[in-house]
Design a protein around this ligand. Structure first.
Ligand SMILES: Cc1cc2nc3c(=O)[nH]c(=O)nc-3n(C[C@H](O)[C@H](O)[C@H](O)COP(=O)(O)O)c2cc1C
Length: 390
């Protein structure tokens, strides 16, 4: 009888281009709204990301970094629009790498959903009152078309051809800075109603030029962003693209559209489709997608099956056995956790114990793992034989 132990698929390393992740668990990008006014990360970001790396994830993405000051959602977003951001961001990347995680970065232009309050202040558009109260003045937003994200929200400017060109240059320059800061995985935010998504969806893109109308035209900007990013992102580093695989309203972007875009991705240097959903207007897809654990996994499975591209699943994934089954059943190559990692930053390391037993403590940093392994032996020895089933 073979005594070979097969590692649970969730814990199996994976190599993308020249980068190896120690397991399939990814920390999803999560904004902290804690940057300085000029978009620099603080010790909060350092501790947050270092702690998550100690927690055992294979790959960690930073929050969405604004590619220009007006690309931010709030005055608390971290930015990557000038070279002075490289050194503070390099400190974050180095901390993640130091503790064994691949340091990933997400870049974003928030489009018509920029210029809002922090979530705990209501997430509504900034007004002159916020300028007076907190010196947080609103700014003019941009979108594919002059259509507000929600009724009563400020109307964005329809971005011009020159404006499009400028954002592509901003994406390229931000990518160059991300590379110089030492990040090793790229994630472009094409979801949740931000600028790229506003071009994709027929509900927000009413243009009559080469960027609007047919699906092919609406995909043009997303693919031009991919090209701009790839022009500065080395061939040996992987590229994730986050999409809202379906819109949260009738007549919007569909899963078939996502599959069509993903088919184009390979030729534009994208390696992994990061499968999210909704957010074009209101913040969630609850209207059409019930919030059950793994509610977006079917999107990742379909994109993977139909295109052969790698996918990442995200959304209320909390149980190690569930996460493992997603990879084992080849519905996705990566499983991302967001809020569960806020609740328990050691979730990946604990999932390893749950799936692989106490031997997995060897993969924890020794300063914790050695003690916890010893504790597990003590606990086992102290258990009554009947509890152990013998
Ligand atoms: C605090 C917080 C901040 C977030 N910020 C981002 C972000 O910067 N970029 C992004 O693509 N998604 C962002 N998201 C969405 C998460 O990445 C994730 O897709 C979502 O929370 C669902 O996963 P979960 O159920 O595991 O939390 C954020 C979510 C939270 C809770």
């Amino acid at each position: 009888m073979s005594s070979r132990i097969v590692a649970p698929p969730l814990l199996t390393p994976i190599t993308l281009r020249g980068v190896t992740c120690r397991n399939r668990i990814v920390i999803s990008p999560m904004q902290q709204y804690a940057a300085t006014r000029d978009g620099r990360p603080t010790d909060w970001h350092f501790l947050h990301l270092a702690k998550l790396a100690i927690g055992g994830a294979g790959l960690i993405f930073t929050e969405a970094l604004g590619i220009s000051p007006e690309a931010r959602l709030t005055w608390g977003d971290v930015g990557i629009w000038d070279d002075a951001s490289i050194a503070p961001l390099a400190r974050l990347a180095a901390a993640m790498a130091e503790y064994g995680a691949v340091p990933g970065v997400q870049l974003n232009h928030a489009g018509r959903k920029a210029s809002v309050l922090r979530p705990w202040h209501g997430f509504d558009p900034l007004t002159a009152d916020d300028a007076a109260a907190r010196d947080e003045a609103p700014w003019q937003t941009l979108s594919a078309s002059a259509q507000p994200a929600n009724p009563g929200w400020p109307t964005p400017l329809a971005i011009t051809r020159d404006g499009i060109k400028r954002t592509l240059e901003d994406f390229a320059a931000a990518t160059r800075r991300a590379r110089q800061a030492g990040f090793q995985a790229m994630n472009i935010h094409g979801a949740h109603g931000y600028l790229i998504h506003s071009f994709l969806s027929p509900l927000s893109n009413l243009r009559d030029d080469a960027y609007g109308g047919t699906r092919e035209n609406r995909m043009r900007y997303a693919l031009e962003v991919a090209d701009a990013v790839r022009s500065e992102w080395p061939a040996d580093l992987p590229f994730f693209y986050r999409l809202s695989c379906v819109d949260d309203a009738d007549g919007g972007w569909t899963l078939d559209d996502t599959v069509a875009l993903a088919h184009e991705f390979e030729a534009h240097g994208v390696d992994v489709v990061d499968c999210s959903s909704g957010g074009l207007g209101r913040r969630t897809t609850t209207a059409i997608v019930a919030r059950v654990p793994g509610y977006q996994v079917p999107y990742a499975a379909r994109v993977r099956r139909d295109t052969g591209l790698k996918t990442m699943a995200v959304g209320l994934i909390r149980e190690p056995v569930h996460a493992n089954s997603i990879v084992a059943e080849e519905r996705a190559d990566f499983v991302a956790i967001g809020r569960e990692a806020l609740f328990n930053p050691h979730w990946p390391a604990q999932a390893a114990i749950a799936l692989g037993g106490p031997a997995q403590y060897d993969s924890w940093p020794a300063a914790y793992g050695w003690w916890l392994k010893a504790r597990s032996r003590t606990l086992e020895a102290s258990m009554l034989p009947e509890l152990l089933g013998s």
